[in-house]
Design a protein around this ligand. Sequence first.
Ligand code: GAR
Length: 263
Amino acid sequence: MGETIHIGAFISGGGTNLQAIIDSCENGNIDGKMAFVGCDKPGARGLERAEKNNIPSFVVDYSSIIKTYKKDPDQIDLPDDFDLDEAISKQSFFPEGYDPEKIKAFLITRTAAEAGLLKEMKAYPYDLIVLAGFMRNMTPYFIDRINTDPDNPRIMNIHPAILPSFPGVDGYGDTFRYGSKVGGCTVHFIDYGEDSGPIIGQRCFPIEPDDTLDSIKKKGLEKEWELYPSCIQLFAEGRLETVKETFTLDNGNTYQRAIVKIK
Ligand code: GAR
């Protein structure tokens, strides 16, 4: 038997993954309890699911923070313990040579929003954070405040593609347009990059000649609703171990990566 974990979820949209997680906590497929639902968009439909299930929820309006920054960067409130240079050196969303002003704007606005999330989260105990259709990248500031033990990450994300293919905002769309013959979804722990963290689980499905983007999304979501709860349950059972592996390639170079081992 696993322990009962407290799960905080972040959403941006309809929240069907959130619903699958809520249902799995109810029916015993996850030894867990929902602690809170956080959201970046006022009025997101998934917030109704939280309300119906008596789960506390809160919203931090990312768009309004981004608009304020564009008008007057000095109006942005940043937490006292934020260090921009540290965040710049840790993040790996942006390729080398990317416009430094854009990187700075991204880190400042997202960190300001994340400070708002962290303030709201203080009211609730949580063991695990799940990003369930949360369409915002978390910065090093937020990640470091949740992953206080770097060997035991505890922010999961579900992505609508078989990573490392098709990271970014439109996994199923990118899979479809590329002409892939299989699609799928991935649950992973997040790291400082975009959809680049250690993989916990994946599911795939065939893409047939008569599939459309809509039918691919439908097939994919059905897989997501199975995969996410099963990965969360592995976490609840204490069966996920993240280890740093070093591989030596045939040409003598080494390749390092954090890998999730399922015990
Ligand atoms: C899901 O397909 C999820 O994989 C995707 O958004 C959808 C949310 O659906 N997430 C991402 O693209 C994250 N970058 P839902 O709100 O019904 O759970």
